[in-house]
Design a protein around this ligand. Structure first.
Ligand SMILES: Cc1ncc(COP(=O)(O)O)c(C=O)c1O
Length: 387
């Protein structure tokens, strides 16, 4: 029996989302960058489509992993990640107790766990990270997308208007936003949280990229989790500490919300290697500081080069470790394929982001030598397009 028929016969509820072909397509449409996003991955020399720490994993973390790999591999990990939560609590340094924290197999797992714990209708400002939509759709729930202003800035006034109209919803806010890299200021977020609170709506702020922002502590909402009991903060350690393959992320919120979210946690969801790697990564924060210095310098250099030398490209300012680029003359899917084929460089084709057309690509800010290769490749593409 074909799998869809099987699902239908087992869960054949009337109006069930899983019976609906359009829904099947939508559940399939959340795509990501990375080495495995393309079938031609032998051609990839440098991956600019994943926005992780340009220095990768820290040497200290690698050494801790290799010293402990035997014991950690043969022992069941702590299902409550106690030591890691204590270390995160110290790292956050805002009197955030370990009971305000839950850890996941990457931030992605926690997005899905959050929606399973609070299966409410959702607000999602677009364009943004597609896992929010996927998590909500998988639960068969409705979504109210909030259209952006010009240049994909989040329309906060529209969002507030929409929030006022309904009770008991969830709102996702990615800060800084993927794929634009733009921050929403704390004062605006506070206003949004207050309006949401009046309507019993929960607000999940995804701060997966915030540690790459200059003076990020001022822009993070973590210190407000005890003040607002409808606020949940999501952080990823895969990007800031270069642990994408190990998978690690955490949620921070009022302990009552965390207790409810933990009811949906799969036992031993975070493996032992990821737990020790996370602890050591937080012990070696210099690694992130060094990466941020590189990103700060390189971002300016890439923006300048693109703006001065590449007339067919428009590079937008970004608060994060990646840049959104508009292609004036070519389609983003074609552009991505050509860059890969001719230069071995993989960028993120943004046409799969809801609300974006096929005119945009996104590039990670990496080390100087890697960025040099990217700029040379972009210049070469420009020359070929114009000739
Ligand atoms: C905004 C945002 N949040 C969360 C994630 C997922 O992070 P993780 O690797 O920790 O699952 C991503 C991955 O690209 C992302 O862009």
């Amino acid at each position: 029996m074909f799998i869809r028929d099987l699902i239908k016969s087992n869960y054949g509820r009337k109006n069930s989302y899983i019976n609906n072909q359009t829904e099947f397509k939508r559940l399939d449409s959340c795509t990501h960058g990375g080495l495995y996003s393309t079938d031609n991955n032998q051609e990839i020399r440098i991956d600019f489509s994943s926005n992780i720490n340009p220095l990768g994993i820290s040497r200290k973390v690698l050494s801790t992993i290799s010293q402990n790999i035997r014991n950690v591999s043969i022992t069941y990990p702590d299902p409550k990640c106690r030591e890691l939560r204590r270390r995160i609590s110290k790292y956050l340094d805002y009197n955030i107790l370990p009971e305000c924290i839950t850890v996941g197999n990457g931030a992605t797992e926690l997005i899905h766990q959050f929606v399973r714990s609070f299966p409410y209708r959702a607000f999602i400002p677009i364009p943004t990270f597609c896992e929010y939509e996927l998590a909500v759709r998988r639960m068969g729930l409705k979504i109210d997308f909030v259209d952006p202003l010009e240049n994909f800035q989040i329309d906060n006034d529209l969002m507030i208007e929409k929030l006022k109209k309904r009770n008991n919803n969830i709102l996702f806010l990615c800060n800084p936003n993927n794929p634009t890299g733009r921050l929403t200021p704390v004062e605006i977020i506070k206003k949004i949280i207050k309006v949401a609170k009046d309507k019993s709506t929960l607000v999940l702020i995804d701060e997966s990229f915030i540690e790459f922002v200059k003076n990020y502590e001022r822009n993070s909402m973590i210190s407000y989790v005890m003040e607002y009991d409808n606020l949940i903060i999501l952080r990823s350690m895969t990007k800031s500490f270069g642990l994408a393959g190990l998978r690690l992320g955490y949620l921070v919120a009022n302990p009552n919300l965390i207790t409810k979210i933990n009811l949906n946690q799969i036992s031993w969801n975070v493996n032992g290697v990821a737990q020790i790697a996370g602890i050591e990564a937080l012990n070696d924060q210099d690694h992130l500081v060094r990466a941020k210095k590189i990103i700060e310098k390189e971002k300016i250099r890439i923006l300048k080069a693109v703006r001065e030398k590449m007339k067919g490209l428009v590079a937008y300012n970004s608060d994060a470790n990646f840049l959104l680029i508009k292609l004036k003359n070519k389609d983003s899917t074609w552009y991505k394929e050509e860059l890969l084929k001719n230069h071995g460089i993989l960028v993120r084709d943004c046409s799969s982001f809801r609300g974006m057309s096929n005119e945009f690509i996104r590039i990670a800010v990496k080390t100087r030598s890697e960025n040099e290769l990217l700029l040379t490749a972009l210049e070469n593409m420009e020359e070929n397009i114009n000739n």
